[in-house]
Design a protein. Structure first.
Length: 231
């Protein structure tokens, strides 16, 4: 599913965002990536999405090598990924249903099936009664659920959620985490970044990865640190 070996990421202005990341994520896993703001969580998801590319090291996502000269193949790969961004990126003037359908517009799905997938996804997030509402008339929490519906409607192999509990009170944050984790199955991995560790209940079916200053904190995970370590 995902395998990183000795991955570094340095941004163009010189900031070292990630250092020596060694990580392996299998199909069907639920992964929480924790750590304070600025620890590298979002940068790691950007690599998984192909928004950024490793400066050093090797990264494969769904069998695809993630480097600049593979741009066309990575664009195709994104069809198998369901991203949930901190910014919802919904289109005003369109209904909730239309926004979910638009999230699948580049997929090879028959037009009739697009609507079926979108309606089913909106039902899964509990907003079928708001399917025909303009997104600008939805609450912040409802917009977030529509963004999640848009991500899962394409039936992705990998769901990436970046700080999905931001700006939510405890009850709503827990509801969103429960919703996201419900989409994990034997074929779909769910990766969630969060700094709100107090909201995460220990789950024997989940794996927890702690980041700090661009690195994975291997010591806190109770394993030996060496260049060959793959989590």
């Amino acid at each position: 599913m995902i395998e990183a070996k000795g991955v570094f990421l340095r941004y163009s202005e010189g900031t070292m965002a990630l250092k020596n990341i060694n990580l392996k994520i299998e199909a069907g896993e639920l992964i929480y990536i924790t750590g304070p703001s600025g620890s590298g969580k979002t940068s790691l998801l950007k690599l998984f999405m192909g928004v950024e590319y490793p400066t050093e090291g090797a990264l494969e996502v769904l069998g695809q090598s993630m480097n600049k000269n593979q741009y066309a193949k990575i664009s195709q790969l994104r069809r198998s990924i369901g991203p949930v961004f901190q910014e919802f990126r919904l289109i005003n003037g369109r209904t909730a249903l239309e926004n979910v359908i638009l999230g699948m517009r580049f997929l090879d799905i028959p037009s009739g099936q697009l609507k079926v997938n979108a309606v089913n996804a909106i039902k899964k997030v509990g907003l079928e009664h708001k399917a025909h509402s303009l997104v600008e008339n939805l609450s912040w929490g409802e917009c977030q659920r529509i963004a999640i519906a848009r991500a899962v409607a394409r039936k992705p192999a990998l769901i990436l959620a970046d700080e999905p509990t931001g700006n939510l009170d405890k009850d709503n944050a827990l509801n969103i985490l429960e919703l996201l984790t419900s989409f994990k199955d034997k074929n779909t991995a769910v990766v969630i970044t969060t700094h709100a560790t107090h909201l995460i209940e220990r789950d024997i079916n989940a794996r927890y990865i702690q980041m700090s200053k661009g690195s994975i904190n291997y010591e806190r995970l109770g394993i030996a640190i060496n260049e060959e370590t793959i989590l």
